[in-house]
Structure formats: structure tokens, C-alpha cells
Design a protein around this ligand. Structure first.
Ligand SMILES: [Zn+2]
Length: 100
């Protein structure tokens, strides 16, 4: 399985039924059997959807954005300044943990 959303393709059969199906870009067939009449339904090229999902530049941008944000998430936890001895349970995050 891949980490990103599988593109959605639209098919239309000779009887006029139209339906959507998910395929990876490498596996999408030119035609699939219609679920209603079992005739071969041909894939319709939908420019808008393909423009969103078929762009490698978009995926590169997405992964770049993610890798830039992850370090902030990991190191972004607020560090409580310690002012003298404190009980361990004053941290609200610790109170959500199950008691031993
Ligand atoms: Zn059909």
C-alpha cells in the first residue's frame, strides 16, 4: 500500500451507467466491467482529477512539506521551566496516563 490517496477514475458503460473506481496510476485499466449490466465500461478522462493526482510535482511538494514539519512536531513540545521540586503528577499529560 502507498501512503497517499489512490486516484479516483470515472467509467461509463455502453448502457449509460457511470461510476467511479479507485485504481493506482500504474494499475488503472482502460475498461472495467459495469457493476450494473456487466458490459465493459470505458474509462473517462477527467482532467481535473488527473491534474490533482497525476502530478509528481504535487507529491514532491507534499513530501517536502511533511519532512519540514515533522521536526517541529517532535521538538515542539513545551518544556516546562522547573522552579524547585515539583510532584511528578502536576503535568496534565501525565494525569491522562493509566495509573500503574
Ligand atoms: Zn452498465
Amino acid at each position: 500500500m502507498r501512503g497517499f490517496t489512490v486516484p479516483l477514475y470515472t467509467f461509463k458503460c455502453p448502457a449509460g451507467d457511470q461510476f467511479d473506481a479507485h485504481f493506482s496510476m500504474a494499475e488503472v485499466p482502460a475498461a472495467v466491467d459495469c457493476p450494473d449490466c456487466t458490459q465493459p465500461a470505458r474509462r473517462i478522462i477527467t482532467g481535473v482529477r488527473l491534474a490533482q493526482t497525476n502530478s509528481s510535482a504535487y507529491q514532491l511538494l507534499d513530501s517536502t512539506k511533511r519532512s519540514a514539519h515533522e521536526p517541529d512536531v517532535v521538538t515542539g513540545l513545551p518544556a516546562k521551566p522547573r522552579s524547585g521540586p515539583q510532584p511528578v503528577t502536576t503535568n496534565p499529560l501525565h494525569q491522562k496516563l493509566p495509573k500503574p
